[in-house]
Ligand binder design. Structure first.
Ligand SMILES: Cc1ncc(COP(=O)(O)O)c(C=O)c1O
Length: 394
């Protein structure tokens, strides 16, 4: 089917002056196909979503099975439904014991909104500490705690009582005090250009939160779901958050997020006032069925096992005099160049050659690579060859 660019540009709200404009026909595994039959390798997983590839058959079947049972039947938190029940017990079984209660929502930003409200309500405090250069979402609360001033200034006033510290800077930890409701951070900063903290730093944050009674919220919306080689990145740093937020790849291609905490903490949302956080579509049965199937695929296909080897292979193959630095954890990469202009040309050239890389929101001198974890060694070799060609052509 021919797709109208005119409708897309005029009747759908636009977010940037230069959208990618690929007319999508279908998607399968690591590939997207356009309406002219051109194939693209999706090296960004639809921005951190398709960690198990597009349309994984097990996920598609789970969605179809749920479609035959029921779709939406009631707002979140009233009826007992199998998909959210099964998803909650599966997820909790994969998490440390203090994370035993899930609140399912619709997106990453809503997961963070819920987490912030929960921390304020539980501690009775108002101060929130976040990190510079962070990205936590686009709604008012999540925007308030995000670190990119350029994206925020047009929307002020935002939430009050927010302080920022540098990410991975031990000296700034002293900012956390008895006034702090929560510290929220991405375990690995994604849109800042893949910033990996030291274990000592995250452990010091954890300790300071315990000393002051502040809750630690880890946003694993981008770095979770196997992206870094463990199901959640925090597992590699010997710490556990008080609240974990997930979304993106969690749904296997359908929209769902969650904030997860201890039952004792979560229970404050049920009183004074009751309905402390509510959502119509949170825990949607079809989305939960898809999320459950996604966790099963990661487990059944041992997808975590291959992540480090595949990440290393990319790193070995992506050598070029124009590449200034590669930052990597698992299959999450930032590839640095001298300027945003060079990056821009390479991303467009790679697209022309059939490989999708993409920009970062807050670090224009890099492009991102975060392919489906299902990518094979051969597909990595083919993709890297094309990227190097795109760099040469710049
Ligand atoms: C770390 C992080 N947190 C939150 C979000 C917001 O998620 P969503 O776009 O689903 O609202 C994103 C999206 O890119 C993200 O990368």
């Amino acid at each position: 089917m021919k797709l109208s660019q005119e409708i897309f540009l005029n009747n759908l709200a636009q977010t940037s002056p230069s959208p990618s404009l690929i007319p999508i026909e279908s998607a399968e595994g690591i590939y997207l196909y356009d309406t002219d039959g051109k194939r693209y390798t999706d090296l960004i997983s639809g921005i951190g979503v398709s960690n198990i590839g597009h349309r994984h058959p097990h996920v598609v079947q789970a969605i179809k099975d749920q479609l035959d049972q029921y779709l939406h039947v009631m707002v979140y938190g009233e009826y007992i439904q199998a998909p959210p029940n099964l998803l909650a017990s599966k997820l909790i079984g994969l998490l440390p014991p203090n994370l035993n209660c899930c609140y399912f929502v619709n997106s990453g930003t809503e997961a963070n909104e819920g987490a912030l409200k929960l921390a304020k309500r539980y501690t009775g405090r108002t101060e929130i500490i976040s990190c510079r250069k962070s990205y936590h979402g686009s709604t008012h609360g999540s925007l308030s705690i995000s670190g990119n001033e350029l994206k925020k200034q047009a929307f002020r006033p935002l939430l009050p009582d927010i302080k920022f510290m540098d990410f991975n800077a031990l000296d700034d930890i002293a900012l956390i005090s008895e006034k702090t409701a929560c510290v929220i951070m991405e375990t690995i900063q994604g849109d800042a250009g893949v910033r990996i903290p030291s274990k000592a730093y995250l452990k010091a944050i954890r300790k300071r939160c315990e000393e002051t009674g502040a809750l630690l919220i880890l946003d694993e919306i981008q770095c979770g779901m196997g992206r870094t080689g463990t199901l959640f990145a925090f597992e590699q740093f010997d710490i556990t958050p008080d609240i974990l937020t997930v979304a993106k790849a969690f749904g296997g291609g359908l929209p769902i997020g969650a904030f997860v905490s201890h039952k004792n903490i979560m229970s404050v949302l049920t009183h004074d006032p009751m309905l402390g956080h509510i959502t119509t579509f949170g825990g949607n049965p079809v989305c939960c069925a898809s999320a459950l199937a996604t966790l099963q695929v990661i487990e059944n296909e041992n997808l975590l096992e291959g992540v480090e080897q595949k990440g290393k292979l990319f790193e070995q193959l992506l050598r070029h005099p124009k590449i200034k630095e590669v930052r990597r954890i698992g299959l999450m990469f930032a590839i640095d160049f001298d300027s945003a202009e060079i990056v821009n040309k390479i991303v467009w050239e790679a697209k022309k050659l059939g490989v999708i890389c993409y920009w970062f929101l807050s670090h224009p001198q890099s492009f991102r690579i975060a392919p489906p974890l299902t990518i094979t060694n051969k597909q990595i070799e083919e993709s890297c060859e094309i990227i190097l060609k795109a760099i040469d052509n710049d």
